[in-house]
Design a protein around this ligand. Structure first.
Ligand code: HEC
Ligand code: HEC
Ligand code: HEC
Ligand code: HEC
Ligand code: HEC
Ligand code: HEC
Length: 395
């Protein structure tokens, strides 16, 4: 069957208009999104590279797009070791120049690498200035924060000490009243004597119950680790992104603890620390050479009957690690700053807004969307989407 020319024309015209609109639309949408994507992708690279800030573990990436062809860069960034093994001259020369530190392979598509390269090309020195002032401010805030932690850790100790002395005073009062009943007879009324004793017993009972509930939780827990690993040195001073080491935090229930191999990405060259010299770093080599895992002691723990998922909070909920773990980048030793109690989870779910209108994830909550559109509701908290239903957190 043949189409009439008019119909054909109309069809062609609509399809041209349609494609143009689509193109325009996607351009409008993609430009800002890809800048953000580039920034996100670059976070991993920032562990070893700067853009215009000088050599770190790898070369300064400023002007890298002029130094190499795009095709070469894509292959190199995806898997530099493969190219070195294949004997690519440029790659081997770079590898030699950087003391044979292998750059870890990156599981990125060609397009993702292009987004990254564009981000590096467009990166402005002013961004850098902004960032340094931002980090400067951040580090001031962190200094205050770590102060707050020390303080709250201390007040926690003070609190238990206060409770202990209150219990001791209550016991002393009971002893005195009992002595009075049998020997001194200073208080004439039996009712008053028994009343005082009962009051003290209730008081002690109350404190014991309160403390017992807190038992098994371990706020301010900070065990000795097999290697004195410092988050302050790595995440703070050297600005290594959390996700570089805790690789599964965006996709899975567990954040994951890095393997010895990952430490070796850098420590086959960084052989000495400012604080501990070679003593602690030696232990990495020992484990690596023996092919043994480092036996880190787990700090944060929720009981087995509780379901907690990192991806849900970090990826979907867009929470910062700090909201639950405190200012980790200022800690030489990891401290559990929250009590991880049920009350803590529930309280945040009750008050925390979810990125409801901007995230497609929430499309299925039609009623809530209608309420927002009708102006009946201005925000949606986690508990509004069912985050405080018992079965969401309990198996
Ligand atoms: C563990 C450290 C490390 C990480 C992480 C890392 N690199 Fe590298 N990179 C290096 C080293 C070291 C070299 C030098 C070549 C070599 O030794 O293989 C290098 C070289 C390069 C080069 C060649 C630079 C030039 O001047 O010729 C590019 C481009 C590059 N890296 C991009 C990236 C990108 C993009 C990322 C993030 C996706 C990244 N790197 C992550 C360590 C790293
Ligand atoms: C992306 C690079 C990188 C990775 C990965 C890395 N480190 Fe480091 N590490 C460094 C740098 C840089 C220093 C600072 C050296 C200095 O003090 O100048 C350092 C220092 C140290 C120190 C000594 C601290 C001091 O100042 O005394 C220890 C211990 C250490 N790292 C352990 C580890 C362990 C364990 C891992 C793996 C879980 C690891 N590192 C992974 C880059 C890295
Ligand atoms: C260079 C690798 C590295 C980087 C970067 C890093 N961590 Fe860690 N992290 C570790 C290692 C190794 C451990 C286990 C040893 C310990 O507890 O100190 C750990 C432990 C933790 C723990 C405690 C885990 C437990 O047992 O409960 C938390 C929480 C944590 N990291 C959060 C962060 C946050 C937040 C950041 C970013 C600000 C970050 N980490 C950056 C390597 C790293
Ligand atoms: C909503 C609160 C919350 C946020 C946000 C959060 N965590 Fe956690 N994290 C926890 C809890 C609760 C545990 C204990 C989980 C368990 O016992 O299963 C934990 C455990 C960990 C552990 C120990 C290993 C594991 O997976 O159990 C690491 C490492 C860790 N978190 C790192 C991070 C990093 C890095 C970020 C940011 C990218 C982050 N966390 C964001 C609450 C949070
Ligand atoms: C600092 C705030 C905060 C804390 C603390 C917190 N959460 Fe959440 N939680 C969120 C946010 C935000 C979401 C929404 C993510 C989403 O939209 O699915 C969420 C979602 C959830 C969900 C999924 C709910 C659903 O509707 O599917 C579960 C399950 C959950 N959290 C468990 C926990 C547990 C268990 C704890 C305590 C150990 C906890 N959360 C502590 C902020 C928090
Ligand atoms: C947002 C997550 C969350 C929700 C929703 C939740 N719980 Fe919990 N629940 C927890 C956590 C975390 C613990 C572990 C507390 C601890 O270790 O002290 C816990 C512990 C418990 C315990 C053990 C007693 C205790 O204090 O350790 C019981 C019983 C319990 N929950 C019942 C419920 C019931 C019933 C509901 C529904 C009304 C509910 N939970 C909803 C997170 C949640």
């Amino acid at each position: 069957m043949k189409c009439s020319p008019i119909l054909h024309n109309v069809k062609a015209r609509t399809s041209i208009v349609f494609t143009a609109a689509l193109l325009l639309f996607s351009l409008l949408k993609i430009t800002p999104a890809s800048a953000q994507e580039g920034k996100d992708l670059y976070a991993v690279c920032a562990a070893c590279h700067t853009i215009g800030g000088g050599k770190l573990i790898g070369p300064d990436l400023k002007g890298v797009n002029e130094r190499h062809e795009e095709a070469w860069l894509i292959k190199f960034i995806q898997n530099s070791q493969e190219m070195i093994e294949a004997g690519d001259e440029k790659s081997v020369a770079l590898f030699e120049a950087y003391n044979k530190i292998p750059m870890p392979p990156n599981d990125l598509s060609d397009d993702q690498v292009r987004v990254l390269l564009k981000y590096i090309e467009d990166y402005q020195q002013t961004d850098l200035a902004d960032e340094t002032t931002a980090t400067h401010i951040a580090s001031n805030v962190q200094a205050e924060d770590s102060h707050a932690i020390k303080k709250s850790a201390r007040s926690e100790k003070d609190r238990t000490r206060n409770y202990l002395s209150l219990v001791l005073i209550a016991i002393a009062i009971i002893v005195m009243v009992v002595l009075d009943i049998f020997f001194t007879h200073m208080i004439k009324w039996r009712v008053l004597q028994i009343g005082i004793i009962l009051l003290c017993v209730f008081f002690i009972g109350g404190i014991v119950v309160m403390e017992a509930q807190g038992l098994g939780r371990s706020q301010f827990y900070s065990p000795d680790q097999p290697i004195a690993f410092s988050h302050k040195v790595h995440a703070g001073q050297n600005k290594i992104d959390c996700r570089y080491c805790h690789t599964s935090v965006e996709q899975s229930k567990h954040a994951g603890i890095p393997s010895v191999q990952l430490c070796m990405n850098c420590h086959n060259v960084v052989k000495k620390g400012t604080i501990t010299g070679t003593k602690e770093i030696e232990k990495i080599y020992e484990a690596y050479n023996k092919g043994k895992a480092i036996e880190w002691i787990k700090v944060h723990n929720v009981p087995d009957h509780v379901y907690f998922n990192h991806a849900q909070h970090v990826n979907v909920g867009k929470l910062d690690c700090n909201e639950c773990h405190g200012p980790v980048e200022t800690m030489d030793r990891i401290v559990q700053v929250e009590d991880l109690s049920m009350g803590w989870c529930i309280e945040c779910h009750r008050t925390k807004e979810v990125p409801f209108t901007s995230n497609k994830f929430y499309e299925s909550y039609k009623e809530l969307h209608e309420e927002i559109n009708a102006g009946k509701r201005s925000k949606v908290t986690v508990s509004d989407i069912g985050g405080n239903d018992c079965q969401k957190c309990h198996y």
